[in-house]
Design a protein around this ligand. Structure first.
Ligand code: ADP
Ligand code: TRP
Length: 321
């Protein structure tokens, strides 16, 4: 089984990215041949500062490795180190109906929020299809918001196969339902674009300050509170062990504890949960040569697979001699 996924280097890694995509993807690296990449071509649709893009790429590489990506198991690379993906993207675009892209929520949401409708943003799902199809992927672990893009990929691959013979593998999205949509500080989906994120690797003081911003109702300290409708509780369940969760639920119902105390417990649980990755990350920051070597090795392995698929598609479509 080949597993593939990517993350855009467009900001700080947050709990939504981690629980929605990274953790499930990292678990899968033990179950098959994993290809994970930093989607820097995609980030060009939102990051216009070259220095910042490089910094985000470096940060995301550190994040992946710190969280447990094993370069011996998974092929880990930067998308733009395999430019073959751009050629496949063009080939796929020739069979992609405009209507398929016009229906994509992500494009509609972004333009509705004021992003200019550049062609790259519109064609984003075609490049994503190329990422997936270039590596003959079977399974694509992603958060729920990316499911539609994997469905578009399937449609595009089926069109190619219909026109040119069975040359592309049809991938399946893999969504971990329990963490498909992690809420942010305001209760909406956690997202960089909504300014409501909890970053994994913020410094202690900054992280505590962020957690204290979680929205709550105005129930007085002494009154009982409803754990089932609380954002604090939802987030706590992701990071705390079952006994601690049961204790917090009990304390919610009993009354006498304020939201500030619950937030403090949540902060401590998050801090503890990412203690080991934080340390590993600090070690990796001090060893940029190692990170560069991992990415170069991954690019080489990815490229050799990519070339074979691309050649197959070019030939089937009538390109080359
Ligand atoms: P953002 O919305 O912050 O820009 P991305 O769109 O870059 O995040 O998402 C990267 C990956 O993380 C995708 O697979 C996406 O589905 C997943 N993801 C992002 N936010 C969440 C969330 N709040 N809950 C679950 N998964 C998420
Ligand atoms: N679009 C994905 C996101 O915003 C990133 C991505 C690019 C991706 N190419 C991919 C994810 C291929 C899975 C497979 O998170």
């Amino acid at each position: 089984m080949r597993i593939l996924s990517g993350l855009q280097p467009s900001g700080r890694l947050h709990l939504g990215n981690y629980f929605g995509m990274m953790q499930p993807a990292l678990q899968l690296q033990h179950e098959g041949e994993a290809f994970y990449f930093i989607a820097d071509y995609h980030s060009l649709t939102s990051v216009r500062d070259p220095l910042l893009l490089r910094q985000h790429c470096q940060d995301l590489a550190l994040d992946f490795l710190a969280c447990g990506l094993d370069p011996e198991k998974a092929v880990f690379f930067r998308q733009s180190d395999v430019p073959e993906v751009c050629e496949l993207s063009w080939l796929l675009s020739t069979v992609t109906p405009m209507g398929l892209l016009e229906r994509c929520h992500s494009y509609k949401d972004k333009t509705a929020r004021g992003m200019e409708a550049f062609h790259g943003l519109f064609a984003y799902p075609v490049l994503m299809a190329a990422d997936i199809l270039l590596y003959d992927s079977d399974v694509v672990p992603v958060g729920k918001d990316q499911k539609q893009h994997v469905e578009v990929t399937r449609d595009i691959a089926k069109s190619v196969n219909h026109l040119y013979g069975e040359i592309l593998k049809i991938p399946e999205p893999r969504i971990q339902e329990s963490t498909a949509v992690v809420p942010g500080l305001d209760g909406q989906k956690m997202s960089k674009s909504y300014n409501n994120i909890i970053p994994l690797f913020a410094p202690e003081k900054a992280l505590r300050k962020i957690i204290m911003q979680i929205q709550t109702d105005s129930t007085p300290v002494e009154d009982p509170k409803d754990p089932d409708s609380s954002l604090i509780m939802t987030l706590y369940k992701l990071v705390a062990d079952p006994e601690a969760v049961a204790k917090m639920e009990h304390d919610f119902r009993a009354g006498g504890t304020g939201y500030g105390d619950f937030k403090q417990r949540l902060f401590e649980a998050i801090w503890l949960k990412f203690e080991a990755p934080r340390q590993r990350r600090a070690e990796l920051v001090a060893d940029p040569a190692y990170v560069a070597q991992v990415l170069a090795g991954g690019a080489g392995r990815a490229r050799s697979v990519a070339r074979v698929t691309l050649e197959r598609v070019r030939k089937a479509m009538g390109l080359g001699a």
